[in-house]
Design a protein around this ligand. Sequence first.
Ligand code: ATP
Length: 230
Amino acid sequence: MLSVEDIEVRYGGITALHKVSIEVEEGETVLLIGANGAGKSSLINAVIGATQTCGGRIRFKGQDIGGLSADRRARAGIGYSPEGRKVFGTLSVADNVLSGAFGMGRRHQKEAFDWLSSVFPILAERAEQPAGQLSGGQQQIVAFARAMSSYPKLLLLDEPFLGLAPVWIQRISDAIREIQRRGTTILMTEQMARPALKLATRGYIMRGGEVRRSGSVADIGDAALVEEYL
Ligand code: ATP
């Protein structure tokens, strides 16, 4: 479904990604694991079109999307939930969720909100409350729902467990399983190997802007735990 081939990302004089390649097949949950600064967010940002790449190729469902705007990539079926959640704090929970389906028509928006509220009841319970008043874990649910409101084929999750207490890591894991059950393909980044490995089918270990290892969760599990420790 997603094929990233030999891409480079540079910020001024810093090369954040050195010829990185990854593949995500339909129905998989693929994990990018690595410490701070490994290049995980740069890779996600390159896929959604928020960061320029030099060289290489990004294909989604067989189409080269490297030249498309972020908006066109979202419309093609790529959803994104950012690191640190980044909900609109003063907007209501409902408006936050529906901002992910902006421009899709009222009927789609109502259907999407009803569907997402049936999956995550807290959205209906807190629909009118400003999202900034919710706890970190609740905001993560809002961020997922916003990303899912356009019914993406591929969902990119950047560090969904960041800063969350263990009880919320468990709940967010359950939310990700629910998204998986609905047939969504997922590419997620994490520093916390243990809970992330329970959700993924395959993974890539990144360090210093490079992919150091890849394989099934069984193959890379121990190396991922070492990476987390380092
Ligand atoms: P984190 O978990 O901290 O987000 P990461 O694995 O996602 O880490 P990136 O955020 O992709 O890593 O960063 C990769 C490298 O690029 C780091 O050295 C970082 O300092 C640098 N970098 C990232 N964004 C920028 C930017 N906008 N300008 C300059 N350097 C940047």
